[in-house]
Design a protein. Structure first.
Length: 213
């Protein structure tokens, strides 16, 4: 793990503070899901996290995350480490506010990049599942099925698909849950394997079938 006792250039604070946080994050990730994250993946993520934290500036750290995303090397293990780092930092009384702000920016940069690497149909489906109001959800479905220019930004995405493709994805997720075939899903959709989410997917499936197919 972290053993350096010098100054972390990115945070401008004693590296021991970041070391304690880093050890907590890595331990949390190692216990997160050994079935989905190999030891090699965790070790690689730890090296990437070390490199990011040792960046001379916040911009340089964010560029490293962007570069990893461009090379398809920004994985869930590294993003989870940054998520745990931010979560632990905001609850800590030992870290400076500046360090907490930096960790938040790193977390948002990683999460945003990982989101954009997700298949667009999965992103659309996850967005639809956040809408509670039936009328708003129906309106969002209409928008999703109306072709146009696709835009991806830091705060807003405009993505489009077809009723057939979205219906097929919902079917695949529901069937995988019912028949215990999680391995048939793209990894970005596996967090949908939850009884409450499946219930909402069944409702969404019916809405797509009744209104658009």
């Amino acid at each position: 793990m972290y053993t350096r006792k010098d100054i972390c250039p990115l945070f401008g604070v004693e590296f021991s503070e970041i070391a304690r946080l880093g050890n907590v994050c890595i331990a949390a990730v190692q216990s997160y899901d050994n079935a989905s994250e190999s030891i090699e993946a965790l070790n690689t993520a730890e090296l990437k996290l070390n490199d990011i934290l040792n960046s001379p500036t916040l911009d340089a750290a964010c560029r490293k995350i962007d570069n990893l995303a461009e090379k398809k090397e920004l994985d869930s293990a590294l993003t989870l480490m940054l998520t745990k780092a931010w979560s632990a930092a905001k609850e800590s009384n030992l870290m400076k506010d500046e360090a907490k702000d930096i960790l938040y920016h790193l977390y948002k940069t990683a999460a945003g990049n990982l989101q954009r690497l997700m298949p667009k149909e999965v992103r659309i489906l996850k967005y639809l599942l956040t809408i509670e109001d039936p009328e708003q959800r129906l309106s969002a479905l209409r928008d999703a099925f109306t072709p146009g220019d696709e835009l991806e930004g830091e705060n807003v995405d405009c993505l489009f698909t077809t009723p057939e493709v979205l219906y097929s994805l919902i079917n695949t997720v529901v069937d995988a849950y019912l028949f215990s075939r999680e391995g048939t899903l793209v990894k970005e959709a596996r967090d949908l394997m939850n009884p409450k989410i499946i219930q909402r997917l069944e409702q969404l499936k019916k809405e797509v079938q009744d209104k658009f197919l």
